[in-house]
Design a protein around this ligand. Structure first.
Ligand code: PMV
Length: 308
């Protein structure tokens, strides 16, 4: 038996633009998904989780629409093994709201299956398998989610090239609208939208914001980071991926003194983030506005085997 964990994530800058080859910045946060894997006597993959209700059962080869089963299948194929695997998931990451729940679970599943037989995990191999599994949920993902949940820290990601940033750990306020959304559908919506060349300028604006944000992060310039978050949010709103609830929470955070606030991830619902000199005040205001709000730390460890 093996127990593996992988972090949740936040995209700090550059979501959506990253799908079109522009840069984005993501960070691993201190909410994790834990996956336990063991060998089974039957040649089946069985996935159990409190969130899932009933267990999911699959053969080792059958076509699947479940990213977790896919991650286990591809990991077994990579190892050349034909054995059954039982997978149990426990996750602290809110589901379907842009905090990387699905990427974290498939990353931890891929690592658990690989590690079960060798005791070690090769992050590059894990990230590739997680990417295959993410395609089921996202269609054509940029790869940033599986990269950050595998490697951890804070990364600057562009066309699959990963630069680990040596920035100082930050505290980020997260406000969850509680509205789950479908990343695949939102990404497809943006694709249609930017066929209009006037819309494509939003992507270039986001790209320039991300480059400035990288410098501000490395200099730990929170005031500049806040301004850039506001600018990035405005571009995302113009791209059509904000929502009434997100706008309310972004305004609320700003009203409570946040240095900057933006939606994070695909948008359309899900979470917003803010940085603030007095984060507790922002959290209180977000809660009063009906959100679930909490503080997370950036720059957390990537996928790892948990000690007994
Ligand atoms: O829905 P999330 O938080 O996993 O974010 C997806 C980020 C996008 O840039 C919108 C899509 C992608 O594949 O990068």
């Amino acid at each position: 038996m093996i127990r593996v964990s992988a972090p949740g994530k936040l995209i700090l800058f550059g979501e959506h633009a990253v799908v079109y080859g522009e840069a984005a910045i993501a960070t691993a946060v201190d909410k994790r998904a834990f996956v336990t894997a063991c060998e089974l006597d039957e040649n089946k993959i069985i996935v159990e989780s409190k969130n899932l209700g009933n267990a999911i059962e699959s053969t080792l080869k059958e076509e699947t629409s479940d990213p977790i089963v896919k991650a286990a299948q591809v990991a077994l194929e990579t190892l050349g093994k034909k054995v059954g695997i039982g997978i149990e998931i426990n996750s602290e990451i809110p589901v379907g709201v842009g905090m990387g729940s699905s990427a974290s679970v498939v990353t931890a599943t891929a690592a658990a299956v690989l590690g079960l037989f060798s005791g070690i995990i090769d992050p590059t191999e894990v990230a590739q398998i997680a990417f295959e599994a993410e395609k089921i949920a996202h269609g054509k993902p940029s790869g940033i989610d599986n990269a950050i949940t595998t490697f951890g820290g804070t990364i600057h990601f562009k066309k699959g090239t990963i630069e680990v940033l040596e920035n100082k750990e930050l505290e980020i306020v997260v406000g969850n609208t509680g509205t789950r959304r479908n990343t695949r559908a939102i990404v497809e919506g943006v694709r249609k939208y930017i066929e209009d060349p006037r819309m494509a300028t939003h992507l270039y604006k986001i790209s320039s914001i991300t480059n400035r944000a990288k410098k501000a992060l490395l200099q730990n310039d929170l005031v500049e980071l806040g301004k850039l978050m506001d600018e990035n949010h405005k571009c995302l709103r113009d791209l059509g991926v904000s929502s009434k609830e997100l706008e309310k929470l972004v305004q609320t955070a700003k009203g409570a003194g946040a240095l900057g606030a933006k939606l994070t991830g695909a948008g359309g619902g899900g979470c917003m983030i803010a940085i603030a000199e007095n984060p507790e005040k922002v959290i209180e205001a977000l809660e009063a506005a009906g959100a679930s709000a909490f503080l997370v730390r950036t720059n957390q460890k990537g996928v790892e085997i948990e000690k007994e």
